[in-house]
Structures are given as structure tokens and as C-alpha cells.
Design a protein. Sequence first.
Lengths: 538, 470
Amino acid sequence: MKNNNAGIEDVLDEVLQSYPAKSMKNRKEHILVKEKKKGKHKIKANTRTIPGIITNRGCAYAGCRGVVLGPLKDVVQLVHGPIGCSYYAWGMRRHQGMAAEGGKNFINYTFSTDMQDSDVVFGGERKLKEAIKEAVEIFNPSTIMITATCPVGLIGDDINSIARQAEEEYGIKVMAFNCEGYKGVSQSAGHHIANNNIMSDLVGIEDKELEHKYPINLMGEYNIGGDAFEIERILDKIGYDIVASFSGNGTADQIKYSHEADLNLVQCHRSINYIAEMFEEKYGIPWLKVNFLGVDATIKSLRNMAEYFDDPELKERTEKVIAEELAQIDGPLNRYKELFEGKTAFLFVGGSRAHHYQNVFKRIGIETVVAGYEFGHRDDYEGREVIPDIEMTADDRNIPELEVTKDDKKYKMRISETKKKELQQKMPLDYYEGMIKEMEDGSIVIDDLNHHEHIKLTEALEPDIFCSGIKDKYTSHKMGIFSKQLHSYDYSGPYAGFKGHLQFAEDIAAGILNPSWSYINPPWKDNVELKGTIGGVK
Amino acid sequence: MSNLKRLNVNPCKMCMPIGAAIAFKGIEESMLLMHGSQGCSTYMRRHMSTHYEEPIDIASSSIDEEGTVYGGEENLRQGLKNLIKLYSPKVIGVVTTCLAETIGEDINRIVVDFKKKNDVKDISIITVSTPGYGGSQFEGYYLTLRKIIEQLAESSGYKSSKVNVIAASLSPAEIREIKKILDLFDLEYTMLPDISRTLAVPFTEDYSKIPPGGTTVSEIKKMGDADFTIEFGDLVDSSLSTAVYLKNEFEIPAYRLPIPIGLKNTDKFINILAEISGKKIPQSLKEERGRLIDTMIDSHKYNGEGRAAIFGDPEMIYAVSSICQENGIDPVIMATGTDLDIFEKKLKELTAETRVNNLIFSDTDFEEIRNYVNEYDINIMIGNSDGAFIEEKDGVPLIRVGFPIHDRVGASRQQNIGYQGSNNFLDQITNQLLALKHNNYRKDLYKEYYQSNNDKKTSQKPEELKVGEK
């Protein structure tokens, strides 16, 4: 990497100069340089994408159907709309799912009403009803989730009443999500919509006597490349019982009685914090911000969990498992650290991974010099304390806020207010600190990075590793920079937990140490001095 | 569709705008802007990137909820402004999506206004209406080519000796092969679109934001003067055919051909080149042809055991079915998600002489394909990566061709056309059939001679195959 600390402001100026005036003004507020002595940092986030700049952001439908609902194994995901939306969301996020014994698994499926011209003109309600009927007859699912695409809201198909009718008619759960692509400013709107309906229509509709000692829900973990499998293995080893997972390797059937848990673990704050908060309000279950990516973050998360349940035996087992797992990977990780020391990374992922992966890199000697979210909000950057200061925009108001109240029958106070206050001194209980606080001085924070900014920042900073997704992976490769996809893991993983960290380090090594990089400078470039005159002829 | 009339389960098609995107990627110095919700461009960039292994940069006008009420015009204007400032393209494609079409955006008017108000003179902005519910990627691709020609091609009054070549959605390597063959006949031509470099960019030290290569605007403008048009699109409706348009508008004779995969299809192509160039078929091509026939004869005993399911884009299915048919690999199932009337007719004609009755489906999905793959003892599938699910669940091997190939590398380097490409492609199919044999023959022999009758696999091929009902 170039030593550019002094010139970072110049770099950013150059990035911004290329824009028309109006866009420059807008983008300027989405970029900042971390400066510890400055104290609080303010960034603009979750605002409208500037048209025409090649953003990486997706739509509300993608956030709803693709991210939050997609990983639920036992659900028929019925997309009401033209074929593309269903097609493009089909098996693309690498969320893995293993069917429970006797359970159904529709992870490999996508269902669509395949709307045609005439449906847009005359309405698609009849088609949707018939599609539901066929889905019930052929696949016999316990839950169907109908997701709306752009035309649906515009032509006014009432998917909600169709879902209600179908639910009565077939005696199964049928849910409707008004997640038309144009809603909100990114896929984040879709997360919110999915959260709302899951909370209002699915959570708590069944009760179950749990025999678990430490019942927990895992939230905002999407089992990319099998991350959830590894997390489940560790939690199981310690003695935790996962009641429900929202939503990697999860099922709708489990979510129905997930209010019986005693603690909610929140991995990706952005996509699931709405549900976590509502759980507390309605059922009295606090949430703990965890991070199972990276050994150090995992250890911290596990210790916080044990502290929450405050059981000496559990604490002891936690330490035992940590020691056991660590013993297997600590040595190799240290060797990778020596190998990677001094290398730098550029992270642009999602609404949480750009933060979560910083400790992963740090542990193996790699410094994060740029980090940004595609669809994060200010609280994901600055911490939850900033929420009261966030201005509501028209786009925010278009996503209904679900008001939940205490469920008198099912509410159970898990810990006292005093105990909670005490714990909050020690751990992120009902709290997320955001990304910026953990970043080093002089590093760049950038929201909603686009193609142009990716190129300019790469040229200026020459990072060794670029982490994003498939859309900018090849841009990075064309610039001669190793890229590791943190959305899909490039068909690898799991990266979570202890062994996952080692797997990640191995993949990074296999990437940056691959001999192919040594051939990207053509031989004639290194032999420039051979150019000259021979016999007076150039 | 036969069973599932309203429910599409695992689609065997995509939507129109992605076809438009592939077409525009073959135009020099071009950028594409999708007018609608930003999810569309993001999804399509994602799918095209995995297939071509290249950066695919498509802009969006990012219409939001307010835009659905007041119209997306301001978004489109701002999008065009930013795109021009950041990329300085010579061509901008503006295509619509479901959202823009449903709210009734008039992109032609908006673009005309925009050009006038901002004094845009040196940039060709081409508009194409591609609602996602208006057809599949197949229609989107051909419609876009036609709109590019409708909006750019002119007649100077003087005829040139050039040949217009309207390419099907092939791989960059295949486009390079077609160009090589055209060069062998010393023909001057305009390839539209030309993705041979734009979607397979060689690594150089200087990365350029818009990939190098593609058909130039000046070449496209002159396509109205050409001597002939060759269009790879035998199943394309005449309303979407660029060749038909050029014929009607500029009286340019049109040859509409299937993709040159297999002996017959390549012969058609080569004979036409010989005819229009007035040149003899070069010796090198004759030898390639001879080698292909040599392979066909040598491999026939293995190919004779092939029972294939072929799916994907209609034009690709036709070409693949053709090479299967001429090599004795029964194209038992031929299925596309695209709703195309002529599909059944053309494929019936093609396979009229095969020994089995073939199942031909348009407007189908992978659930139906899967059912028939299992029912009719298919031992090889040929199509895009979306069949991988059947390969995984039912163990029927899949040879990946067409778009998209997202679970293997090399899609942009695949070369299955011409005599030489067909030869390689045929070897790939034959080898897959041989692999089946080698992997299974011990097990089969054991079952045949040592296992008790009760355990024997009882399934036998149905005596008479049903004709696919539509």
C-alpha cells in the first residue's frame, strides 16, 4: 500500500471532483476519515441512491425475499410478479440449509406467478390464488410467503387479503410481504418489511414447553457458506439450545414459538434489529449484539452470553470450549499473521460484515484502510446512541413502523432492570456500537461505494485485498488486486467461529500468494533498459 | 405448460432487460442505464458477472416510491447526467423495466428533451422498451439489436460490399470464431453486437472503466448500405428480426440461420459465405469439416446411447438439438421457458426422423423438465447452469452451454461453433456418455448376472413415448 496518510484528503477531493456539482455535494457527506481526536463522527447513510452512478445496492424485494426470508428452509417462497425477480433471487446468496429429519427443504426452489402483460393490465390476483392452490397441492408446505415485486403495488393486487383467504382455505400459514422494489432506498427497506411481518404474523403464534436450559434465538445470521452450521456446533458444544434461527438454516415452524427463548443473539444488526427490539418490548427478551466472525469477537461473544445467563457451570464450559477450539487454530493463525503482517484491506460489504471482518483481518496482521456499507444506516456506523438524532426522510416514512406492545400473556421478564443495567456496563446488551469506533485513525469510511469511487480509492491506496461481492470482484482483478467475496465467500466457507477463521486465513493465503499474480507485469516492462539504439537505429 | 399452469417452479427463462444488457455490451464505448428500481440492474450485473467473469457495469435511474407517483423523469435525467460526466460514453442504452413500463414512462420523449436541453450532440442515446413481463431474455436480446439498428442505421444511397452479421447470444470466443471464418472468405463485415473483446477483456496494466472493443456507432450507421445480412436467429419472430428490418427498410437480402453448431448448421453458414463472397471454400475449413465427420463416425457407437434433455434459450436449443440429432443422440426433451409458438414446429421438423417421439415444451419450468428427465430415463442434460439442481438431486450429468453458466468458469471461452467448435463440443458430450459407462459398467454387470431377480432394477424404458402435450 502507498503511504498516503497525509494525502488522504487530497485523494478524497480527487474522487469527488469527477462528479457533477449536485452529486459531488451529496457524495461528500457519505465519506469521512477516522480521526480519534475528533470524537464523534457523522456520516450520511440510508439516503436515496444517486441515479446513474453504478451503485452496488439492491432493492427492497431483494432485502426481503432474498436476504431475510430466503434462508427459511420450510417455506415456499412465492414471488408475485414477472419472472425475472423470482429467477434472480434463486439460490444466489449461498445460504445453506439442511432439512431437519422429516422436515421439508425448499432452499433449492423458487416459485413465481410469472406475470404477463395481460396480468399487469387486468390484475394478477386470480393467477396468484391459483398459484397458491397449486403450491399447496404439489408441495404441501406448512408456510407460504408471498413477496411483491414492483408491478404488484402499482396495479393494486391485494396480496394481503389473498394470503388471509388462502390461510383459511388451506389451514396453513400464508404470509404476504409488500416489498415492492421501489420502496425505501436499498434492500434495507426490505429487511424492515420482512421483520415487521415476521413479528406480527409468525412469532408467538404457537407455544411450546421448552426443556432447554439456555434457550436462545440466533438472529441476523444467514448461513452463508455454512457459517451457521459452525456457530451451531460451537453453541451446542457449550450447551446452548437454539430455539429458532432468523434466518440462516432456520425454519418458519421454529420461529412460531421463538418467543420462548431467553436471549436473542444479534449477528447482523442492520437486517434484524427491528425484530430484536420488538421481541424485548413484546415478550421481555433482551438482545445481545454478538459477532461470530473472528476468533477474538467469537470469544468475547461467548463470554458475554455466559455472563448473561450467569451460571458458573456454563461459564466454565464456555472457557473449556474456547480453550479447546483455540488450541486447534492459534498456532496456524499466528503463522499466518507473520505472513500477512503489513498488508491492507478494503472492505465494502452489506450492513455488518464490513465491521465484523475487521477483527478477522486484524488477528492475521491485516489492517483495514477503507470500510463501508452498501445499505447501512447511521447507527451501523456511529452506534445506536445516534438513533434519536437520525432525521426521518419521506422514504423512511413509507415503510410502516410496527408498533408492538407488551403481550400480557406471553411476556416474561428475563432479567431485572438493575441486572440489565449492570450487564450493559460490560457488554453490548440491547446495544450496537457501530463500525467507526473500532477503526484506526486515518482509515476511510465510505457509504454506498460506487464503481468510480472503488477505482479511484484502489488506485490511490493500492490495498492488498479487496472484499466485496461479485459485481466489483472483477473490477478489482482487472486492477491487479486480489479480491475475496464476503457475500458469497467464492464458494468457500464457513468462516465463522474458530475453525472458520483459520479457513479464512487459508483462503486469503491461497489468494494473495497464488503465483499467477507474479505474471501480471509483462516481461517487456521489466526490461525497459534494453530499449536503446542499435547501430544508430532506434 | 402441462401440469403447473399458474405456478412457475424454478424458471427456465429470465426477463427482457437482461437480454438487452447483453446486446448493449457489444457496442463500443457504450454504457447502459436501466430506467426503474435499482434492484434490476444490480441483479443483472450480478448474473452477467458470474457468467462472463468480467465487470458488468450497468447504471440505474433508481426510481423510488416518490417516482412511482410523480414519474421517474427527473431520475432518468440525473442518471444520464451523472453517467455522461463519469464515463463519457459514445453510446447510452436506455432500457425500461417493469416499474417504468407500469407507470407509463415515455423514455423516447424524455431522452429527446434531455438531449435538447443539455445540448447533447455526440452521444447516441438508444431507447428500448423492455418490460420484464413482456417476454424473456431471448426477445429482449433480439429486440434491442433491432432497436439499435432502427435508431442508428442509415442509407447513404451508395451500396457497400459489406456483410451485416447479426450475432446470436454466443460466447465471446464464439464471436471471435465467426469473425475468423468470415476473414477466411475475405469478407468485410459488421458484427452486431460484438462482445468478442468487451465481455472477454484481456488483462492489461491499464484498466478502463468502459471495456475496449464492440461495434462502433459509425459501423452501425452504415449497416443500411450493406450488401447482405446474415442473422443467427432462425426462431426469431420477424417483428424482432434485425435482418427483416434491414430487408424491408433498405432492401438488403437477408439470410436467417441457426447458430452454426453441428455439421448441417455449419454447412449452411459456410455455403452462404461461399455464395456471397464468390470464393471457394478454403482448404482449412474443408479439412476441419472432414475431421468433424471423422469424429462423428468414430464416436457414433457411444453417441447412440445418448438420451438428452436440452434446455435454455430457444435458438441454442435448436442448434444443440441439431448436433445431437445428427449424431444419434436422441434429443428426447427439448424445453424452453420462453413462450414461443414457432419453437415446437421448428424442433418437430428438425427431429422428424429421430427414432423416438420427442417431447417439446415452450413456456415450461425446471420442475416440469425434472419430472420428464426422470420419467424418460434421460442420461445427459445439455443446457445452462440452472439444470444443476437436477444434476445434483437426480445424478443426471449436465453439459453446460448457453447463458448463464454460473457454477463453472470459462463460459466466455467456450467455443462450440463451426466445424472445429462442434467437434470439441461433440467430444464433450461423447466423453460424458463414456464416463457414465465407465463409472457404471461393473455395477451394471453385477446387477445383470449376480444379483437376484428381485433386486434388479426393474425400470424399463416406456414402450411408446408420449408426444409432449403443450
